[in-house]
Design a protein around this ligand. Structure first.
Ligand code: LMR
Length: 352
């Protein structure tokens, strides 16, 4: 059974002014109290609170811990990184507010969730069937397009440090999803991205945007009929326990941006900042070396439970889904510049 107690505890005492809980507001006060950063020592370190919404044993969870280990050892304790996994400090939307307020210093949200901090164009990464493999995602993310998209966050006081991989998403539901018609009328959870909402509208579902930590309970109580996510997120959140069918559709890609409060980052002494940048580079390489294998393993583990019917669509079924989702590209012109999509396709050598 799932344990959501930390989440319940967090939501108990929410401040009316900021929407943050007492514990979260404490983080804000502690953040302010640790100034000035320039005099950080092992006895009085700079504290980086790193909040994220998945479990510690996922690629993102493990990479966050690797960053902590590298940052603390390379700064000889002048920096302390506190990692809060599985929404134990903040849920999806709250964590963005907390970052901007300085109540937390580092996050790694999915690219689907960054519109509120100037990252609306990052929803381009949610377009269905945009990438054929992990390498294609990395070509874009680590090239000039990815760098330019991260720079847009700076208008909101947020600095993007790196992209981290997760992988391709699959669908789960309590019925077999083989053709676009099978989706009709289902209430399906998506992340807070206009592209993902549009994707689910094309399939004639009723899209529901909700934080990851709420999905298990919503499936259990039939407030949701299904959801999309990567195998590693489905397995680690135990979502497969609440569903009868999983379709290995690989229809979209989920990845992250590691982001920091810009004012905090700029106030760090140069030597510490450059050590942390090196630690982030190495943690990023680690995250990206784990993700693909972790998703394959999670899919095998889900299958091995024997509790869910695994559907691997035929080429003809994949083509039907592909065709049904093609209009998302047209709809997305309302919030993503068409030139951006075009330059991604060009860079990947895909047809315009
Ligand atoms: C989700 O909300 O499903 C994902 O963004 C969670 C995550 O961070 O991988």
């Amino acid at each position: 059974m799932k344990n959501n107690t930390s989440d319940a505890a967090n939501t108990q005492y929410t401040s009316a002014e900021t929407g943050l809980t007492r514990r979260q507001s404490m983080g804000l006060m502690l953040g302010a109290a640790m100034l000035p950063l320039a005099h950080a020592t092992a006895a009085n370190p700079v504290v980086i609170q790193f909040s994220h919404v998945v479990t510690a044993d996922t690629p993102k969870g493990r990479a966050a811990l690797r960053f902590k280990e590298l940052a603390e050892s390379r700064t000889q304790g002048r920096v302390r990184v506190e990692v809060y996994a599985n929404s134990s400090l903040y849920k999806d939307r709250e964590e963005m507010d907390a970052l901007r307020l300085g109540a937390v210093q580092m996050l790694a949200p999915s690219l689907s969730k960054l519109a509120s901090v100037g990252g609306g164009d990052l929803e381009v990464f949610d377009l269905p069937y945009l990438f054929r493999d992990h390498a294609e995602f990395r070509t874009i993310a680590n090239g000039p397009i990815g760098a330019q998209l991260l720079r847009r966050l700076e208008t909101k006081g947020v600095k993007g440090l790196a992209y981290w991989d997760n992988g391709f998403k699959v669908f789960t539901a309590n019925r077999a999803l083989r053709t676009p018609q099978d989706f009709e009328g289902l209430r399906i959870r998506v992340q807070a991205s206009r592209t993902l909402v549009s994707q689910m509208q094309q399939l004639r579902t009723d899209p529901s945007v909700s934080p990851l930590i709420n999905v298990y309970e919503a499936l259990r109580t039939h407030k949701l009929d299904g959801q999309e996510n990567t195998p590693v997120n489905i397995y680690s959140q135990k979502l497969h326990e609440m569903q009868s069918h999983l379709t290995v559709s690989n229809h979209g890609y989920l990845a992250y941006a590691v982001i920091v409060n810009q004012a905090f980052w700029d106030r760090l002494p140069d030597d510490l900042r450059s050590i942390l940048e090196g630690a982030m580079r190495d943690a990023t390489a680690y995250a990206n070396s784990l993700a693909e294998a972790a998703n394959l393993q999670a899919l095998e583990r889900i299958q091995a439970t024997g509790r869910i019917t695994m559907i691997r669509p035929t080429a003809a079924e994949q083509q039907l889904l592909h065709t049904a989702l093609a209009p998302v590209y047209q709809a997305a012109k309302g919030w993503i510049q068409p030139e951006l999509v075009q330059s991604i396709r060009q860079t990947l050598g895909a047809p315009p």
